[in-house]
Structures are given as structure tokens and as C-alpha cells.
Design a protein around this ligand. Structure first.
Ligand code: ARG
Ligand code: ZN
Length: 844
């Protein structure tokens, strides 16, 4: 059943207050609800319907009198009075049997919840929609040592705990956690001088992995005050780490729940990249307190209203704390890898979708990452001053409301007087615009001529032109900048822009800072790319030039067995040795386009990618570069050893990233001696894991793998790395067997999403192995998706996107994939989540 944005109607009944009592029991939890309802003056109907799934109704009362509602699989209806009334219900649910990890479930013996998007309806009967907001009072009974819910603590006694959340909220922000937990405490004094108690709650044994998260939380609280004047609004802020979680984390009011992989950190067990990600996710969930909780979404079509804005805010935070250029480059790498891939395949959808079957299938790179890009473009278009005014107005005008994208854009229109109708197309039209550009120079005038075109996407054939902010700067032939960055505002399908007063033909630096999520197409030479890599003052475009140089060389190698491009090797060696550049930037610039990037590029050019040929070209280039840069690599490795005590900060992480990029090159020359030495001496996970990866790559990993397992067998998060690294570094012809063997390992369990992703997700993320011509990668993934679906539809459905690129490939591979997709689709009782995903992929 498809739900349409156009069908939105306001709720018939509003909730005036919620009292919940939980009598916890692993298999028979009783939930008692007392809910005040009042007719919504904005609604036409008084029909009374509550959502509810997977529960047994024990009894129900209206104003104290027992009633017999009409109960179905998805909810209930009941005759109710015309005016306000009190609804009471008692239901029974089974947290232990809840393997879907949605609603109330058990993870490692602890009770926890995940209600976004529509999990609350598995806890009790309720109008489970975000535009119904209410104050919640919660009582938890069950004698667990720690029993938490949203808001501020109330009475606590022997075997019970009471909680009161004064801020009206939708049910998706409800949370409950109970179990044997220990706290890593902290405190924060807000800008108005209120003291807030902070806690990170973990299983006993994980106390030592909380300090970094606590500091990240405090930094986030301070940053939101300084940057946006947003102050925290309760006496207490709790974070809980749980092992079994479908996504990264959840912003429940005052009680954020995290996948343990997104909060627990220690130098011995976490990599620098893990630290950076944890810091960003803690910030993200905290920032939701204002962008998501105080101002929430009217309906789930508006998901990008909170997610796009909050991703944008967490990216600003990371840019401020670390390096802005490095963060931007990292974000564009993931945007292209995940969102462009999505936007150019069968799962393409608008940032604000207009219909869905299962909303959980729309927590996507498009809603989150492209959603954040739209915010960035809006800020570029209106300017920093108007941005600040608009945000202040947004918080002021909409505090306490459930809003839409229209509300959001109206704020900017009111502040700037601008008409944002054309900008709104970015929210409504799917697909990645192609922006092609030509240039000319005459009599001191330089002209850039742009053309925009967006290919059709499922259900949308017409794509009218969008407004595109294009940041451009110009360089002189001597490498000096002759025109600083300015924003060209393109609004037509084709449009020219002139730069006057130039002494000679300049070299353009177009789409600086990646100012719009488009694919830039420009006929240019490798010489010009090398020039920009050497001279561009915009760090993003400098990196982009190097990336384009590498890509063109690789495409030639794949197309015509060309030799590795000497100009690329020369330019990247020069760049790598340039001491004026941040080591983190240099490490990123030594990265190569991914297998998937190359496959997409070949497909875009009208070709058919051969995954094995792509793999071979990348290997050949890496070998050639290791040879060409042999001395450089050793020099970089020695020069970037960190001797200070470990800190996961930008400077140290950058040095380690560059040294480890050098180690990968060295390993291709010395067969693993340096990597083995680093492995043996490693005092932190960044060094240990990088060395292990090099050893695996060199085919010398067996011993270290065994030692790694013995050392870390009691640490799930580290063992996840052990699983995924083996699959990720397997040769293409072995990857499926390696993954299959690992699914037989005693530590493999499909009930834990992290472990499942570490194994099967790693296979899907290794294109040459996954797309091996035998089809064994496809078959293995399909086998496991079929097994997982009855237990955990959400994670199964998400992983179906492994198949979303199938139309790029040759007829044989398409046939093999189609057979697997049809096999999945044909399973009896397939979940709505997976059925929707497979259906959309097959429809292409
Ligand atoms: N709102 C959460 C976040 O952005 C994500 C929760 C998604 N959960 C889900 N079941 N779809 O941090
Ligand atoms: Zn979020």
C-alpha cells in the first residue's frame, strides 16, 4: 500500500497528555497507557483510530468504562465521545522475540527501544505520527538496576523509576532503556548558567570507552550555543550504547540511543576514522534536540527537514573542530559513492519523496546527504548574514511545531524577499544534474557557457532547470589567482557568464568547494588538471583535479590497456612531497577513485564496466605508483611517525593517514616487512589495522589475523573489523568464499546488524568480488538476505541496495542478478520493506 504526500490530512484527535507504565518482563512486558484525547479543530472527521502492531490487547477503557475496540493487524478503531476523553489500555508485548529491533527489544540482556519512524506502535496503541505531540509521563517497574526514559527524573524507588518529559514530542522520540548499566558521568553549564548532568551509559566493562564521547558531547553543546544560540532544555542528558541497532544512533528526547559502534571509543580499539565519526554522530544526535525535536516534521515525507539540516550542522561542527577542506573532501567522496549511485539508479527519489510504501526505506543518502547539500546551496545563495537571520527566525517561529519544507523555505523568503520556487525543485526532482561547460576568451573577456540537464528518474521524465550556485575562480597562466571565488547563479537550461578585465586567457576553477551536487562535464586536458592540482587555491578543486587526473588515467588503462599515466605519477609525487600541504589533505589526494566510481564513469560514457578489469587497472596503477614513488613513500613514512602520546585529533590523524598511505606503497615493494614491523609495534588500532590491511594485501596476513583474533576476541567492535577486513582484502575470485566461510565462524550471528554488515556488507562493498562473473557473490548475499528478512526486515531491505547498480553491467551479470532478485521477491511472507526495495530495483 503506497502512501502519498498529497493525501496528508491533519489528525482527527490531538493528545493532551500521556501516562505510560511499563511492567518489564523479557517475554511478557505489560504496557499500561492513559492518554488524554481532544478533538482537533482543524480536522473534519472524528473517527478514532490508533496504530498498533504485534501486541495483545488485554483491556481498554474510555473515561473509566471498559470498551471493546475493533482490533486489526495494524491498529484499532473504537466508538468514542464527541468531546475530550481519557483512553486507557493495557497491552502485552514480547521484547525477547523482537528481532526486528524496532519498538521495545532486548539487546545483550538490556531493554531498549527504537521508535523512529513507526516503532512506537509496537509498544502500545497510539496515533503514531509526528504531528501528534504530547507531554509524556513514564513509570518503569521491573527491578532492573537502571531504568531510563525521556526528560527529567521523577520519583525513584525500589523496583521502579518515574520520568517526566516537559517538552511535547511525537511518539517517535519516546525511549526507554533498562538493565545492568554503568554511567560515565559529566556535567555541562549552559550559556544561561544552568547545570546539566550528562551520562554515557554502557555495559559493565565498557566504562573505559566513554571519555571521548563525553568530550564530544560537551563540545557539541557548546558549539550549538556559540554558533546558533541553541541551549539545552532539560536537567539531564543521557546517551546509551547498545550492541544491536539497525542504524547509527537515535535522537530520543534527553535519551539518545547509540549503536555501540558509534559511541564507544578507545585508542587501542578504535581507528582515527572511528573517532571522527563518533564525534560527528554524537554532535548530530545532540543537534537534533533543536532541529528535529523542538521543531519536528509534520509527516515522514518531510524527513529531510530535520535530517538534511542536522547533517549540515554536524558537518559545520566537524569543519570547525577539525579541517574544513578535509571534511568537505571526505563528504563529497561519500556523497558520490552513495548518493550519486542512488540518484543514478532504480532507487532514485527526491530529497522530499512524494510517496512511499515503507518509510524505513527512505533513510537514505538522498534524504540525508543530498538533503544537507541543499541546505549548503541555500546558504550560498542567500549569503551568511541572511542565513543567520533565517535560522534565528526558524527557531523562533516554529519552536514546538511539526513543520514542512514549505515552512522552512518560507522563512528564507521572508528574510530575503527572494522567491524560492525554483530552488524548491531541488527537493521535488530526483536525479543528479549534468552541468556541462565550455569557455572562450576574447579581448580581455572570458566567458563560461553552462548547460544543465538532468536524466530521467523513476516516475519523473521531465526535469525543468534548477537554480545552481556555481562557485568559480580564475587562475593566470603563472599559477596566480586572477579572479577570486564568486558565485554564479545559474537559473536557465543554458547560460553564459562573463569575466572582464583579464590580461590573458585564464584557467578556470569551476564548482569550487563543490558548491552544488552536480556532475560537472568539461573537455579539458591532463596538463590543465595537473596545473590545477599544483596551483588551485581552492582545496576542494585542487583535490578534484588530482582525482580527475587519476580517473582519466585509469579509464585509459581499462579501455585500451594503456600504461599508467606518467604525468599523473609525477604530479601526485610532487603533491605528496609538498610540505606546505596538510598531511591529511595529501593522504586524501593519494586516494584513488573507487571501483564503483570507475564503473559509474564507464557507464556514464556509454560503456559497460568490467569489474575485474577495473580491479586490475587499480592494482596496476598502485604497483606503478609504488615503484615510481619508492623513495618518496619511505621519506613520507619516516617523516610522519607520531611520537607524542596518542590523540585522535586532526593533526595526528592526518600524519597517521599519510604514513599509512605510504606504508601501503612500501608494502608493494618490500612484501610486507615494514607492515609486519608496524603491526608488531602498534600501540593503537589505527596503526594495527592499517598494518594488518597491508599484510592481507600482500598475502602475508595469516599469522597477524590469528594474533589479532586472539587479542580481541572479547571485543565485538574490534572483531567486526576482523570480519570485514578479511572480506574487503580478499582477491576478487575468493571474496565470496571468504565471506561464506566467515558466516560459518562461531562468532558470526545474523541477529547483530553490525556483524551481518561486517560480513555480507563487506562483500557487497567489494565490487570485483561481489560482481565476480561466477555469480557466487550475488547468490551468497541473496541467501543471507532471505534468511535475515523474517528476523530483521529493516537491515535486509537496506542491504538490497547492493543490487541497485545492476543495469550498468553486462547481460550475463544482469541475468544472474535478476535471478537472485526474483528469488528474493518470491519468498513467502517477504517483508514489506524488502518487497518494496526489490520491486523498485527490478522495475528498472
Ligand atoms: N533519526 C536518526 C538519525 O538520523 C535515524 C533513525 C533511523 N531509524 C530508522 N529505523 N529508520 O540519527
Ligand atoms: Zn539524524
Amino acid at each position: 500500500q503506497t502512501i502519498h504526500l498529497a493525501d496528508y490530512t491533519p489528525p482527527n484527535w490531538l493528545v493532551t497528555g500521556v501516562h505510560l507504565t511499563f511492567r518489564l518482563d523479557p517475554t511478557r512486558t505489560r504496557v499500561l497507557s492513559r492518554i488524554g484525547f481532544a478533538p482537533n479543530p482543524d480536522a473534519k472527521s472524528r473517527e478514532f483510530k490508533l496504530d498498533g502492531e504485534k501486541m495483545t490487547l488485554i483491556r481498554a477503557k474510555i473515561d473509566g468504562t471498559e470498551v471493546t475496540p475493533h482490533v486489526t493487524e495494524t491498529g484499532l478503531t473504537c466508538d468514542v465521545p464527541d468531546g475530550p476523553f481519557t483512553w486507557e489500555a493495557e497491552v502485552e508485548i514480547n521484547p525477547s522475540a523482537n528481532t526486528a529491533l524496532e519498538g521495545l527489544y532486548m539487546s545483550s540482556g538490556m531493554y531498549c527501544t527504537q521508535c523512529e519512524a513507526e516503532g512506537f506502535r509496537k509498544i502500545t496503541y497510539y496515533p503514531d505520527r509526528p504531528d501528534v505531540m504530547a507531554v509524556f509521563d513514564v513509570r518503569i517497574e521491573g527491578g532492573e538496576p537502571v531504568m531510563l526514559s525521556n526528560g527529567n527524573p521523577g520519583k525513584m524507588g525500589d523496583g521502579f523509576a518515574e520520568w517526566h518529559d516537559p517538552w511535547p514530542k511525537p511518539a517517535y522520540l519516546f525511549a526507554l532503556v533498562a538493565g545492568r548499566l554503568v554511567a560515565h558521568p559529566g556535567t555541562f553549564t549552559t550559556m544561561s548558567g544552568r547545570d546539566v548532568d550528562l551520562n554515557i551509559w554502557v555495559r559493565p566493562g565498557d566504562e573505559g570507552k566513554c571519555a571521548f564521547g563525553m568530550e564530544a558531547l560537551k563540545a557539541s553543546m557548546r558549539w550549538d550555543e556559540e554558533k546558533y544560540r541553541r541551549e539545552y532544555d532539560l536537567d539531564l542528558f543521557n546517551i546509551v550504547a547498545v550492541d544491536d541497532f539497525n542504524m547509527g544512533a537515535m535522537e530520543n528526547k534527553g535519551l539518545n540511543i547509540f549503536n555501540s559502534s558509534c559511541v564507544l571509543a578507545s585508542p587501542e580499539t578504535s581507528t582515527d576514522a572511528n573517532f571522527e565519526r563518533i564525534e560527528a554522530i554524537i554532535a548530530h544526535e545532540y543537534f537534533h534536540n533543536w532541529t528535529g525535536n523542538r521543531i519536528t516534521c509534520r509527516d515522514w515525507f518531510q524527513l529531510c527537514l530535520k535530517e538534511g539540516l542536522t547533517v549540515f550542522r554536524d558537518a559545520q561542527f566537524t569543519s570547525d573542530l577539525r579541517s574544513a577542506p578535509v571534511k568537505r573532501i571526505e563528504d563529497v567522496i561519500t556523497l558520490r559513492a552513495r548518493q550519486f549511485r542512488e540518484d543514478n539508479g532504480p532507487l532514485a527519489h527526491p530529497v522530499r519523496p512524494s510517496s512511499f510504501v515503507e518509510i524505513n526505506n527512505f533513510y537514505t543518502a538522498t534524504v540525508y546527504e543530498k538533503g544537507a547539500e541543499l541546505i549548503g546551496m541555500l546558504k550560498t545563495l542567500v549569503g551568511d548574514e541572511a542565513w543567520s537571520k533565517a535560522l534565528a527566525l526558524y527557531f523562533d517561529r516554529h519552536d514546538g511545531q511539526a513543520c514542512t519544507i514549505e515552512d522552512w523555505l518560507r522563512v528564507f523568503e521572508d528574510v530575503t524577499g527572494r522567491d524560492l520556487a525554483q530552488f524548491k525543485r531541488w527537493y521535488e526532482d530526483a536525479g543528479t544534474p549534468r552541468l556541462s561547460v565550455t569557455d572562450s576568451y576574447k579581448d580581455g573577456i572570458y566567458t563560461l557557457h553552462f548547460r544543465q540537464e538532468t536524466p530521467p528518474t523513476p516516475g519523473q521524465s521531465e526535469k525543468p532547470p534548477r537554480v545552481i550556485p556555481i562557485k568559480v575562480g580564475l587562475l593566470g597562466q603563472d599559477g596566480k589567482e586572477v579572479a577570486e571565488t564568486r558565485v554564479l547563479e545559474m537559473t536557465e537550461a543554458e547560460q553564459s557568464f562573463e569575466f572582464t578585465g583579464l590580461a590573458a586567457q585564464p584557467v578556470p576553477s569551476i564548482l569550487r568547494d563543490f558548491s552544488a551536487p552536480v556532475i560537472l562535464q568539461r573537455e579539458t586536458t591532463n596538463a590543465e588538471r595537473a596545473f590545477l592540482l599544483a596551483h588551485d587555491t581552492d582545496p576542494f578543486n585542487k583535490w578534484e583535479a588530482g582525482r580527475a587526473l587519476a580517473r582519466e588515467g585509469l579509464l585509459a588503462m581499462i579501455r585500451s590497456d594503456a600504461a599508467p599515466d606518467a604525468a599523473y605519477l609525477e604530479a601526485s609525487a610532487t603533491m605528496a612531497r609538498d610540505e606546505s600541504l596538510d598531511p591529511a589533505f595529501r593522504a586524501l589526494a593519494l586516494g584513488l577513485p573507487s571501483q564503483d566510481d570507475l564503473a559509474q564513469a564507464i557507464h556514464d560514457a556509454g560503456g559497460t564496466p568490467d569489474p575485474q578489469a577495473i580491479w586490475d587497472a587499480l592494482e596496476a596503477l598502485k604497483d606503478a605508483r609504488a615503484e615510481a614513488m619508492e623513495d618518496t613513500a619511505r621519506g613520507l613514512y619516516d617523516a610522519h611517525q607520531v611520537t607524542a602520546p596518542y590523540a585522535p585529533d586532526a593533526a595526528q590523524s592526518g600524519a597517521r593517514a599519510l604514513a599509512n598511505a605510504a606504508l601501503a606503497m612500501i608494502t608493494r615493494r618490500d612484501g610486507g616487512a615494514a607492515a609486519q614491523a608496524q603491526y608488531d609495534a602498534a600501540g593503537n588500532m589505527t596503526q594495527q589495522l592499517a598494518a594488518l590491511a597491508c599484510l592481507l594485501q600482500a598475502g602475508k596476513g595469516d599469522l597477524a589475523l590469528g594474533r589479532f583474533y586472539d587479542q580481541w576476541q572479547d571485543d565485538r567492535l574490534v572483531i567486526d573489523k576482523w570480519f570485514s577486513l578479511q572480506v574487503g582484502y580478499a582477491a576478487p575470485e575468493d571474496a565470496a568464499e571468504v565471506a561464506e566461510r566467515l558466516t560459518q565462524h562461531p562468532d558470526f550471528t545474523m541477529k547483530n546488524p553490525n556483524r551481518f554488515r561486517a560480513t555480507l556488507g563487506a562483500l557487497a562493498g567489494s565490487p570485483a568480488g561481489f560482481h565476480h562473473a561466477s555469480g557466487k557473490g550475488y547468490a551468497l548475499l541473496a541467501d543471507w538476505l532471505i534468511k535475515l528478512d523474517p528476523l530483521n526486515p529493516q537491515t535486509t531491505a537496506r542491504m538490497c541496495s547492493a543490487f541497485e547498480t545492476w543495469r550498468r553491467y553486462d547481460a550475463d551479470r544482469q541475468k544472474l542478478i535478476e535471478a537472485q532478485l526474483r528469488r528474493i521477491a518470491g519468498q513467502e511472507g517477504l517483508s514489506r520493506d524488502t518487497a518494496e526495495m526489490v520491486g523498485r530495483i527490478l522495475a528498472s
